[in-house]
Write a protein that binds this ligand. Structure first.
Ligand code: DOR
Ligand code: ZN
Length: 382
């Protein structure tokens, strides 16, 4: 047994309010604990989106009653809420700006609106940007012009990580995160299921040993369509290689847990996103097993750095216990997320969460979540 600090996920979509058929604060935080996360930061692209005091209260009251692990809630940057959001900053995990195609209505194209938020959001608190490629370059320019911290969400491309390295070398206050599916792409069996129609589509694939570590990184290329829809899109083997080579530039691993139901993913207009809370740590531990990461790499990026970047308090008497060698096969049937599927279905991994202790109380043990709904705390409640 190895003990690690409780992991912090700075990027989850809890879906409540408005998308409870995909996930809610109860099922989502149960999935977090099962995945070794004791603190999650929730994204604001709910229905309604979290952009003002009333919508923040809607999300937080749901969390208050249902969350099983600790949490904080992001505010979303909208076209007319720069003042209102800044006034609520102390109660939020941070400000999220969607500057590229995403799920939900929170997208800002007009750079004068970006500037309003950069001007008014408190200087010591990070702005998290969904900004890909050239929009990311534009956000880095704003970070420099306004001399303030920005955190780039789910970096996926070679050009992005190379630019962030340069920006860091120049002293810009930029941090970044990478999602597991941009380092370790999903099972090829799963990809095939997503493309097919009808027959055999929902068959459980046989176990596969980790194609994620093969030379060509699984060979999925830039996946598009069906169940593989995700933003940013799945990247190429060259992009993944560049991310692995720039591990020193990556501040955090974030799941970008973005559950949608299989019916939605297999429908005519599949929404982007994968669940990730329960598979991320096992995938990272498999990378440790394969000699591509160390446990210290994981602790730094899943605990120490997110805590520092988002000014999160220490969770006293909180830790997780893992069996770093346990070999098991990922099956959505055994998971807690409401969406009921995983892009890593059938993949054999090394490393399992055995027990989670949150603020002195056992919260998860051997496949069972023991923390009750409502026991999670808002770490930004003052
Ligand atoms: O794949 C994604 N899913 N990317 C996003 O930016 C949003 C997310 C979601 O909320 O489903
Ligand atoms: Zn996201």
């Amino acid at each position: 047994m190895i003990q690690l600090p409780g992991l912090i996920d700075p990027h989850v979509h809890m879906r409540e309010p408005g998308g409870e058929h995909k996930e809610d604060w109860d099922s989502g935080t149960a999935a977090a604990l099962a995945g070794g996360f004791t603190l999650v930061l929730a994204m604001p692209n709910t229905k309604p989106p979290v952009t003002d005091a009333a919508s923040l209260e809607l999300a937080l009251s749901a969390a208050r009653g249902k969350a099983r692990c600790d949490y904080a809630q992001f505010l979303g940057a909208g076209p007319d809420n720069a003042n209102a959001a800044a006034a609520l900053a102390g109660r939020a995990a941070g400000l999220k700006m969607y500057l590229d195609q995403t799920y939900g209505p929170l997208r800002l194209d007009d750079m004068t609106l970006w500037m309003q938020h950069f001007e008014r959001w408190p200087a010591e608190m990070p702005i998290v940007a969904h900004a890909e490629s050239r929009s990311m370059a534009a956000v880095l320019l704003l970070a420099q012009l306004f001399d303030r911290p920005v955190h780039i969400a789910h970096v996926s491309l070679r050009e992005e990580i190379l630019l962030i390295r340069k920006a860091k070398e120049r002293g810009l206050k930029v941090t970044c995160e990478v999602a597991p599916h941009h380092l370790l792409p999903p099972s090829p069996y799963f990809a095939e299921m997503g493309r097919g129609q009808g027959e055999g589509q929902n068959q459980i694939p046989p176990p596969v040993s980790s194609p994620i570590f093969s030379e060509n990184g699984g060979g999925l290329g830039r996946g598009r369509g069906g169940r593989l829809e995700v933003r940013p899109r799945l990247n190429t083997p060259e992009d993944r290689q560049a991310l692995w080579e720039a591990l020193d530039v990556i501040d955090c691993f974030a799941t970008d847990h973005a559950p949608h139901t299989l019916a939605e993913k297999d429908g005519p207009n599949p929404p982007p996103g994968f669940p990730g809370l329960e598979t991320t740590l096992p995938l990272l531990l498999s990378a440790v097993h394969a000699g591509r990461l160390t446990l210290d790499d994981i602790i730094l990026r899943c605990h120490t750095n997110p805590r520092r970047i988002f000014n999160l308090p220490e969770q006293p008497d909180t830790w997780i216990e893992i069996d770093a060698d346990a070999e098991w096969t990922i099956r959505a049937a055994n998971s807690f997320t409401r969406c009921g599927w995983t892009p890593y279905e059938g993949m054999t991994v090394r490393g399992r969460v055995e027990r989670v202790v949150l603020r002195g109380k056992e919260a998860y043990r051997d496949g069972k979540v023991t923390a009750e709904p409502g026991t999670g705390r808002n770490v930004k409640a003052f």
